[in-house]
Design a protein around this ligand. Structure first.
Ligand SMILES: [Zn+2]
Length: 603
């Protein structure tokens, strides 16, 4: 995938393998953050090296989109963005740059000096020609180049310590969704949560944008992206990106480094490119390939077009989503976070014969510097989980691809075996509209019961009403709510079903663990018939809606402060597991595992 970014987009991408164990125990996650924190930040800062500027029409001053910027001696061109802006990553040195745009005389600027630190600013003012044919002669201007004045961060106090993330556990998909929506909700001025589309199993492919101007490409401001969890069983990157979201959000405005970074860079963080594979993976797994591929059993990292070898596998939904993303945003620098060893890879993956070997790209020097900046900042640790032989991160171009091939080949049979006979769930698209409407009705009902008129729905469209929650998902969802909103939630089990599934009961209250007999109690129960799960979904959405809006919306705040809300979303989890989506009239799953209709079972 790194080659695709470099060859077909303007983006320099490297591949980082962050941990020896692909899916380490949750107790190691804090250490992983400590080890990688500085590197993750430093790498984003690398988006500012080299030469940046604008290509403009010398008469009108308008920015010229799609102008080509070439560097003498480096056979790799980039193009300008929508405002004529460009960022050419380069290591320190002296360069001659040429800007070419159809309908204009090309312009070369010689002897542009690039130093360590912020990019040198150089603008190109192109003279329009009467014909659209590019003339033979190239105009040449010789300037020493202007060095940008570095942004001096606001007075750094030596006593200042950035706030560290608190949330160190493995986030299953429902939990991750709740986490992302929580931060988008708490930090609306610097975040935008968006989705690139859906995975094979209809999970959203979320991206969190962090910028001082979310949703907007600011001319001259470079864009950076991190992609995690492309291989579903390599999970450290996924958790690190969630940590990074928390770190950037909580330190913006108080920590000079974070504030400067967010002001000067548009950062896109995709914690999971393969959410389906993740759900099949196992904690503690260090080497297997279970969950590596997507739900159609394709390796997403082998699913992007290669410049040397044709890729014959069908292009997967996750790949298509990321390819359109790369085309739609002017990314300058990117890293793809993997696991399984401690190594930094950079283009090219292979040579012209398609052989995975040391294959230099024209920008080998830039890639080496970027890769080194990451490895140098990895915190050395003496954690016992680290193999001392591989603790020092090495930088190399060759090898990792071959390792991956070996892993896949040696266990293909076992992998196929485990995938056999697993039916994939059908689309839940048609579930969203009716449920949203019913949810609004439910909220109105709830408000009316409490005399809360004029209740405004602000964020129901952001809730997860697009995909049914299986028992496992439902359990992860409820745990996720408690993890994200510990001060107003309490999760207990009323007991177990005939097949030993928990009957979860979630309490939402301002004092969830303290009995307040004077407070009225409202209990919502759903899913008594497992084949009618819409109510279950509505109650999950209601629970998150209340959490999201507590202390934000006065009506919700008052409701939670003055009422004890108890939610039992699935009274018949065994029946729920048997029921089939889109079976509108089937009785399958109506009763519990012993054939009892629970609705007539109360005495
Ligand atoms: Zn990987």
């Amino acid at each position: 995938m790194q080659d695709y970014n470099y060859v077909w987009a303007n983006c320099f991408e490297i591949t980082l393998e962050l941990s020896c164990c692909k899916y380490p125990p949750a107790s190691q996650l804090r250490q992983e953050w400590e080890n990688n924190r500085e590197s993750l930040i430093t790498l984003i800062e690398k988006v500012h090296i080299g030469i940046k500027g604008f290509v403009k029409d010398s008469v009108t001053g308008a920015g010229l989109e799609n102008a080509t910027i070439s560097v003498a001696g480096i056979n790799h061109n980039i193009t300008t963005g929508r405002f004529g802006d460009f960022h050419r990553l380069l290591i320190p040195g002296i360069y001659n740059l040429t800007a070419v745009s159809t309908g204009y005389a090309p312009l070369t600027i010689n002897n542009i000096m690039v130093k360590e630190g912020p990019a040198t600013e150089t603008d190109f003012s192109l003279r329009p020609t009467v014909t659209s044919v590019i003339p033979d002669s190239t105009e040449t201007v010789s300037t020493p180049g202007t060095v940008a004045i570095p942004n001096i961060p606001p007075g750094t106090s030596s006593s200042h310590q950035p706030i560290q993330p608190k949330d160190f556990h493995h986030h299953h998909f429902p939990d991750m969704e709740i986490f992302l929506r929580r931060f988008a909700n708490e930090y609306p001025n610097i975040t935008r949560l968006y989705s690139l589309g859906k995975s094979v199993e209809s999970r959203e492919l979320y991206v969190m944008e962090i910028s001082d101007n979310p949703g907007v490409h600011e001319p001259g401001e470079p864009e950076f992206k991190y992609i995690g969890n492309m291989h579903g069983n390599e999970v450290v990157g996924r958790e690190l990106l969630l940590n990074l979201i928390e770190y950037l959000c909580k330190n913006f405005g108080t920590d000079p480094e974070v504030t400067d970074l967010v002001r000067s860079t548009r950062i896109h963080l995709m914690p999971s490119m393969n959410p389906d594979g993740y759900e099949k993976s196992q904690e503690g797994d260090s080497i297997s390939v279970v969950g590596r591929n997507n739900s159609n059993n394709f390796d997403l990292n082998r699913n992007f077009p290669d410049q040397f070898v044709p890729i014959t596998d069908p292009t997967q939904p996750e790949t298509i989503a990321v390819m359109s993303w790369v085309k739609a945003y002017p990314f300058v620098l990117s890293a793809n976070l993997h696991g399984g060893s401690l190594v930094v890879n950079y283009p090219f993956d292979d040579n012209e014969q398609g052989v995975a070997t040391y294959s230099k790209s024209p920008d080998d020097a830039v890639f080496q510097q970027i890769a080194l900046s990451y490895s140098k900042n990895i915190r050395e640790t003496s954690t016992s989980g680290y193999n001392p032989v591989t603790k020092n991160v090495t930088v190399r171009s060759e090898g990792a691809i071959q390792v991956n091939f070996t892993l896949v080949r040696s266990s293909t049979d076992a992998n196929n075996e485990s995938e056999k006979g697993k039916g994939e769930s059908a689309s839940t698209d048609d579930a969203s509209d009716p449920t949203t409407k019913e949810f609004e009705a439910l909220i109105k009902h709830l408000s009316a019961e409490n005399g809360l008129e004029g209740f405004m729905l602000s964020s129901s469209s952001d809730l997860a009403l697009y995909r049914y929650h299986s028992y496992k998902d439902l359990s992860e969802f409820l745990r996720g709510l408690v993890m994200n909103y510990p001060h107003i939630t309490n999760l207990t089990t009323l007991g177990q079903s005939a097949e030993y599934r928990h009957i979860w009961s979630l309490e939402i209250s301002n004092k969830p663990n303290i009995s307040e007999p004077e407070e009225p109690k409202i209990r919502f129960v759903a899913g008594i018939h497992g084949n009618a799960p819409v109510g279950t979904e509505l109650l999950l959405a209601l629970a998150e809606f209340l959490c999201l809006n507590y202390k934000k919306n006065p009506v919700v705040t008052q409701l939670v402060d003055r009422t004890r809300i108890v939610i039992v979303p699935s009274l018949n989890p065994d029946g729920r597991e048997r029921a089939q989506e889109k079976e509108c009239t089937s009785k399958t799953g109506q009763t519990n595992a012993r054939g009892k209709d629970l609705d007539t079972d109360f005495t």
